[in-house]
Design a protein around this ligand. Structure first.
Ligand SMILES: Cc1cc2nc3c(=O)[nH]c(=O)nc-3n(C[C@H](O)[C@H](O)[C@H](O)COP(=O)(O)OP(=O)(O)OC[C@H]3O[C@@H](n4cnc5c(N)ncnc54)[C@H](O)[C@@H]3O)c2cc1C
Length: 209
């Protein structure tokens, strides 16, 4: 299954992908017009490519992934700082916002938080009904409301995002999306993804499943 639930109402889904480990091998081997001579040679080559310095990074750019993400706006805002990739997002200029917002677990004052979010949606809907433009009425909504976007990214840039957003310094909510993406990615591009994960999960104190 290429969709994982994340947070209370979000998810990440791999909609489509191209290339995978085979694309990396194809790109790497064209340089020498070579082919694998022994079983496991391709896997060893990918591990070497990931470990070598300086990196022969462009070979990883031939594997491409299109994700569909539903996350709080504050997570999306961090996500879209990652410039190498393509984004398209649901527009609240054209669509009415769903009454759908993130509520953190294990915190105090949840009732007050919910009441504030509900009141902001009440006002938003009142303004729209009163003839306000949706693009202006949305100003009363908070950054915890959910948005949706699609994100197309190559494997090299995906690893850059994972490295930064799996890190303990990243916001916990964003890390949950990175963990879910990593688990899907490991299913579709296992050699590269597992080599990447083995190198980075343990130093972060995360379990390598
Ligand atoms: C824990 C954490 C805290 C953060 N806090 C803040 C914050 O407080 N404020 C804030 O503004 N941002 C913050 N950021 C965002 C951060 O500065 C980066 O914008 C974000 O992580 C994207 O990383 P990136 O540039 O590597 O990715 P991408 O934009 O996808 O770029 C990928 C790579 O391409 C190269 N590249 C892309 N564009 C250029 C360029 N113009 N010049 C040179 N090389 C380029 C770089 O090698 C870069 O690593 C934070 C990020 C993290 C992970």
């Amino acid at each position: 299954m290429n969709r994982r639930p994340v947070l209370d109402q979000g998810y990440i889904e791999l909609e489509e992908w191209m290339g995978g480990d085979e694309a990396v091998i194809r790109a790497a081997r064209i340089c020498y017009q070579s082919a694998a001579k022994t079983p496991g040679a391709d896997e060893r080559l990918i591990r070497k490519l990931l470990q070598s310095e300086p990196k022969h990074n462009t070979v990883f750019e031939h594997a491409v992934f299109r994700w569909h993400i539903k996350c709080p706006i504050f997570v999306a805002r961090q996500w879209m700082r990652h410039r190498v990739g393509s984004f398209n997002e649901l527009s609240l200029r054209y669509c009415i916002a769903d009454r759908c917002y993130y509520v953190p677990a294990g915190v105090s004052e949840v009732a007050a938080y919910r009441a504030h979010m509900e009141a902001s949606f009440d006002l938003y809907e009142r303004l729209v009904a009163a003839g306000w433009r949706k693009e202006q009425a949305r100003g009363v909504l908070g950054t915890a409301i959910y948005t949706e976007f699609i994100w197309t990214i190559n494997a090299w840039s995906l690893m850059n995002w994972l490295t930064k957003r799996l890190d303990k310094a990243a916001q916990w909510e964003h890390r949950q999306y990175a963990l879910a993406a990593l688990s899907i990615w490991r299913e579709v591009m296992p050699v590269t993804a597992n080599a990447f994960a083995q190198g980075m999960l343990r130093p972060l104190g995360l379990e390598d499943t």
